[in-house]
Ligand binder design. Structure first.
Ligand code: MG
Ligand code: MG
Length: 265
């Protein structure tokens, strides 16, 4: 069943979403050449707990960290380790979830480190465009399939593979609620979009083919062809018929401007 939220609940979700947004900003300020992924994770967890939140990924299905950090060919669910360091040319998807006041925020941004190949810059840019094109379709009268279709069309028009195995989702007191929000689909299909619907829209777009596989760690999803993949995610609520974006990339993008190692694409 899809659980529609009240205005009060949506405002609580906004608080959780904004905490994730601030965490992404903090992570963006900490990214530099040679930084370990573990360091980024430790800083994020500290920030969330200092602000009265709880990292929602940590312990979820046994996931061991606060952030999912997925580099280059890793699509999502990468485990931050102290062995992986960031280098020029890497792209890193930072996905973060927080619970506060019983409501969850969950979103993600892909950062470009140092000198990034042109074709990878374009992938990152188009994936972000896919997110906003999807959000535009999230309005009353439409169905989830209209969001999915918009994302898929834009990605495929640019020659990219759209991941099928993982999808966006409803969001609320739980990290994953109904409905599923696939990044592929048919116009006019799926659940109706109504006021009070709260969902995480999260295109995962591959430079190469759409197929993915899981590493032996039981978590990390990588592209089957090992080409790069990008991921952006926002939390939205349907209010007065249109999408109210509860999360913001402004903290991440402000930090990015001040960080010479991050390329604004
Ligand atoms: Mg999500
Ligand atoms: Mg996420």
């Amino acid at each position: 069943m899809i659980y529609l939220k009240t205005t009060e609940e949506i405002e609580l979700m906004r608080i959780s979403a904004q905490m994730v947004s601030q965490t992404l900003g903090l992570v963006a300020s900490e990214i530099k050449e040679g930084v370990t992924l573990k360091h980024l994770d430790v800083r994020a967890e500290q920030f969330i707990r200092d602000n009265g939140g709880v990292p929602v990924f940590k312990g979820y299905g046994g996931f061991p960290a606060t952030l999912c950090l997925s580099v280059n060919e890793q699509v999502v669910h990468g485990i931050p380790s102290d062995k992986t360091i960031l280098q020029s040319g890497d792209i890193i998807s930072v996905d973060c979830g927080v619970i506060k006041n019983h409501f969850v925020g969950d979103h993600a941004y892909t950062f470009c480190c140092g000198d990034i190949a042109q074709e990878v810059q374009r992938l990152v840019r188009v994936t972000k465009e896919c997110l906003y094109l999807g959000i535009e379709q999230a309005k009353t009268g439409n169905r989830i399939g209209d969001v999915s279709y918009a994302i898929q069309q834009h990605a495929q028009k640019n020659g990219y593979g759209v991941v099928r195995d993982l999808v966006g989702h409803g969001l609320g007191k739980n990290l994953h609620e109904k409905p599923e929000v696939p990044n592929y689909g048919k116009r006019g299909s799926g659940p109706l979009i109504q006021n009070g619907l709260t969902i995480a829209i999260e295109p995962m777009i591959n430079l190469g083919k759409k197929e993915v596989t899981q590493l032996k760690d039981g978590w990390t999803i990588v592209t089957a062809d090992r080409k790069p993949s990008a991921h952006f995610e926002h939390d939205i609520a349907i209010v007065n018929g249109v999408a109210d974006i509860l999360s913001t990339f402004s903290y991440a993008e402000e930090a990015m401007k001040k960080n010479d190692f991050l390329m604004d694409i």
